[in-house]
Every structure is written in C-alpha cells, then in structure tokens.
Design a protein around this ligand. Sequence first.
Ligand code: SIN
Length: 359
Amino acid sequence: MAARGASLTIAAMNTLTSSCAAPSGEGATPPLPCIAVLATGGTIAGAAADATNTSGYQAGVVGVEQLLSVVPALSTVARIAPEQIASVDSKDMTMPLWTTLVQRINTLLATDGIDGVVVTHGTDTLEETAYLLHLTVKSDKPVVLTAAMRPASALSADGPLNLLNAVTVAAHAGSRGQGVLVAFNNKLHSARDVVKTSTYAVDAFQSPEIGALGWVQDGRVEFQRAVVRPHTLATEFVIGPKWPHVEIVASYAGVSRIAVDALVAAGVRGIVVAGTGNGSIHVSMQQALADAASQGVAVVRSSRVGSGHVMRNGAAADDALGFVSAGSLNPYKARVLLMLALAAGGTGPVALQKTFDTY
Ligand code: SIN
C-alpha cells in the first residue's frame, strides 16, 4: 500500500476548517458539541478496485468530507468541523507530520468553540501516535483516535461505525480528562495501553493484561476504569522543532552487536531494545549496549513479548550497565517516551528511569 500525498500546511488547513454553526435566536435549542475531525489517511480512507478486496487497496485516498458523508447519523451526535491534515499510509508516518498534528490539535482545543477532536488514522502506527498525543496534548478536552481494518470501498467496511463511535465518545462529557482515547470496534482504550494485535481482524486493538477502558455502542459510552498515570495537561512534554534520534533494535537467537555499533556510530541519542522475555538481551548485543550507555547513549530495555512488565534489574543488571527499564511500555511506545524525555532535557539512567516509572 503506497502512501499518497504530503501533509498540508497549517495555512492550508485553516482554510479547510468549517466552523461549527450553532443555531441562533430565541428558543433555539442548545447546540450539539462541536467536534473537529482531523483526517490523516489510513485504511479508513482506503479504496480498492472492488468491494471484496480487503488487502490490495490504496490507503489514504478518500477525503474527509467523503468519509463523513456516508455517516449521516453523525449529525445527531455532534456538529463537525472537518480538516484533511494528511493522506498517508501510517507506516509512513513522519516526525514533521507528528509535529503538525500535535500543534494543530493544541490550537483547536485552545479554541472556545471546539469541544473535542477525533483523528482518523491508519492502524499500523496508531498506537504510537495515540501515545504521543497522550503525552503532548495540552487540554483536558477529549481527543479520540479511530481507524479501520477494511478500506472504505469494502463490503462491511468497519470505518463508518468506528467514526460514528469516535465522534460519540469525543462528544461525551465523561470523556473529558481521560487522556487520549482510541475508539475501535466498540471498545474504548487508553492511548498508553492500546496495541494492534491482529493483521486482519476487525477486532484488531487490545490493551493487553489491563483490558479496555470502556465501551461505546448505539450512542452509549461507558468507562469501566480510570487512567492513573499522568497525561496531557499533567506532563512536562511539548513538541519542539527537533526530534532526538532514537532507534529500536531487537534481540534474538544469534544476534550480533553490528546494529548497535552502527547506530552509535551514526550518532543516535537513544536505543530501545525489544528484548526477549523480561527484556533480556543476547550477551553479544548486551555488551554493545553497555558500551553505548557508557558513551552517553540512553539505552531502554523493553520486551518483544507483547504483554507484561520489564522488571528493573530483572533480566539485566540495569544499575551496573546504565540501562533503563521500559516497564509495561512496548518498544514503539518506549521510543516515543524516550524521544520526548530527551527533548525535554532528560539525561542519565536515573532521571530517565524516573520518567519511565511516571508515564
Ligand atoms: C495504515 O496504517 O495507514 C494502513 C493500514 C491500516 O490503516 O489498517
């Protein structure tokens, strides 16, 4: 699936924002919440030549107005201000597009007339974008990401209902202050916990071990637990012009130190390792990572397992080697947090461990 199109400039986006018109005059009923729907591409905006094709399609080719037009029930839930932020396959997500998205959401949420934001996104990197927003959006107004596993052209496309549910959640008063949410296949997940767990199923997102935050169905939204770690207004993270260079390596049978040495030579600021089991690392790679840490590269141990925690000083002597444990963050989310922490001036394994223990 090829990416299509580049992100739009903020100036161009502003011209696309249709403000939520509210009824006026005496006796007018109170207006529905105004939700900005920011489209970025993905399978939810994908199209194939025929309706039975759910894998050989092009992502990000259907515009936001068209996505909204097939869900007339939206008008009973919210007033919509649509914007086309980008039209990309989310495997091609970039740091500049992340910067654009965060800045645009923060601008919109600082506007009195906007009550919440929905982001339509590809499923492939949705969990990374969601966690980034969870840490950098500076508002307690709802931000809800959604996506689809089947293109807009497919029989039984899942995008329209996911979009309606996401707008329903964003318009729901109880969603305020919950951090960034993901509405997918009737379930509601916290951005910190959610991961994509299937290459094809419409129930593709789970929050391993901890479970979904709640659910949305037929217009009803229910939260079943609270988000306890700090997010949005309670973080120190802001999006700056520069993104520290952080890469991910994996440990596996027979792995060498070549990749780590090459990254250090390339000048990375941080390396996240997708370790085996409890974040354990092959002895060859572990020595290379210890050498990297001794040169000031931030080294974070995560796990490739998919659920559970990486215990500090568990499968590796973090104190002695200068490593940081990612706790329950998977390698991709750990990379997001490490980039933000380094950008905020965090240095050294003690301070970075505190950041990972906090967020
Ligand atoms: C993408 O991530 O943009 C393509 C795949 C998907 O949305 O399911």
